[in-house]
Design a protein around this ligand. Sequence first.
Ligand code: BGC
Length: 254
Amino acid sequence: MLGVMTNIGFGIDIGGSGIKGARVNMDDGEFVGDRIKIKTPQPSTPEAVAGTVAEILRTSEWTGPVGITLPSVIRGQVAQTAANIDAGWIGTDVHELFDRHLGGREISVLNDADAAGIAEVAFGDPRARKGSALFLTFGTGIGSALLMDGRLFPNTEIGHLKVGKQEAEEQASSAAKDRDELSYKKWAKRVSKVLNEYERLLNPGVIIVGGGISRDHERWVPLLDVGTPVFPARLRNRAGIVGAAMAVASHLAP
Ligand code: BGC
């Protein structure tokens, strides 16, 4: 069947613990074939990580365009920050790096939450497709993507917004829930406080909550005290890879 399907892309999602890649059917956002996952090399320097990305593409026998996510602000295809990956990424020209390791193909690098956000809006809950949507990932930090009619305003980084005395992600990421051994009820209070601040400043039409903890959304989304409709993400851990593939297919390179 592969031979007759033309609208296929490839995305790679780079995280602090794993680097994952898969072929993506661009019409429905589903994976085509298996997802490949390789442990993030330690230290996770740009050269080592780019080597692993090349290995994933070789194993997959994929020679076409590739979209790549990083837990970093990416401006002009230069990484400006590095969360949970080696500090050596800061200031790295990611286009030059991946071009050298994966040469001769189109490459697009973008922030991990931005990638997941464009994928969720395109293939997740249809209520997020029109108008303004704020997508958030709750994990080690809080990642954010701001979208209007599915188009991305990149690198928003509002997980680092100060809400009260602390940054949002320090108090309301899922890592903060584990660190402080909070019940869902207690954690939902903190998340509500953060979302109330986001509402006050951005007034999005909808808020979509993703990240690993969105798997348990029944246990905490109903507890949120927020005026804006909040929906759980649907693509879950597929979102980063799918969004990366979408980014390169649409020549989006923040
Ligand atoms: C980083 C973001 C990233 C998010 C999720 C935050 O700490 O600053 O760039 O999107 O974590 O990985």
